[in-house]
Design a protein around this ligand. Sequence first.
Ligand code: GRF
Length: 188
Amino acid sequence: MASGNGSNFEALVQACRCGSMPAEVVLLLVNNPGCPAQARAARLAIPCTLVDHRGFASREALDAALVAALGAAQVDLVVMAGWMRVVTAHLIAAYPERLVNIHPSLLPSFRGLDGVGQALAAGVTLAGCTAHLVSEQVDAGLILAQAAVPVLASDDRESLAARILAQEHQILPLAVMLAAQRLGLPSG
Ligand code: GRF
């Protein structure tokens, strides 16, 4: 599931294709028409479904449509790879322990929006990213993997976000494999 650029989605596809992750990405769900993630899916020949949140009256209604699309694709595990909508119990309960999120901070620090900006504002010297299972409390589920990066004196939001994103691409496939292992899913 992606809302914007989709670089984490592509990192997962590449990890499967190069053999470092014994899995298959069978579907991309996007909520923003025309987002770059959609174009990546087309280039990578991954089926992509648009579920535009603007067409739904509530978060629950949106999540019901997501669950239907995921069910039709018979997925074992779902990754929120830059999914910028808060999800509800409806989606979480459909994929218990099977819903992974990537967040650009070292949780439990800097939950919610703009983890990178929050880290800069706090003046920390180490920042990073966290891949975790999704629970109903935002950015608070079981931590699967983390990576830390230095914050340089010269950093602005863009430079720090880029350094963190490169690490997201490393830990997200690892976290997916750990989540699959916890569930006893076949490992390829
Ligand atoms: C990442 O920083 C992720 O942690 C956050 O949104 C960004 C998505 O990047 N939730 P991309 O769309 O995967 O390139």
